[in-house]
Design a protein around this ligand. Structure first.
Ligand code: SF4
Length: 66
């Protein structure tokens, strides 16, 4: 699975980065998904939690590859 981010929608609320190291904020204060969005199985729960927490639904889970 991969996480993709809609950086246009992101408002930099940092909730995703507070629950998972998969998410960082870029210099523009918008989300950057590390490792090109690849989600290791052990990180899936945290990824799903981050997706649910995002106030603007900027994160989505997709099948690999892109
Ligand atoms: S939780 Fe959503 S709005 Fe906040 S930084 Fe993450 S992707 Fe952006």
């Amino acid at each position: 699975m991969r996480v993709v981010a809609d950086r246009e929608a992101c408002i930099g609320a940092t909730l995703c980065s507070s629950v998972s190291a998969m998410f960082e904020l870029g210099r523009d204060s918008k989300v950057v998904v590390v490792a090109d969005g690849h989600v290791d199985p052990q990180d899936l729960d945290a990824a799903e939690e981050a997706i649910e927490m995002c106030p603007v639904q900027a994160l989505m889970l997709t099948e690999e590859p892109r």
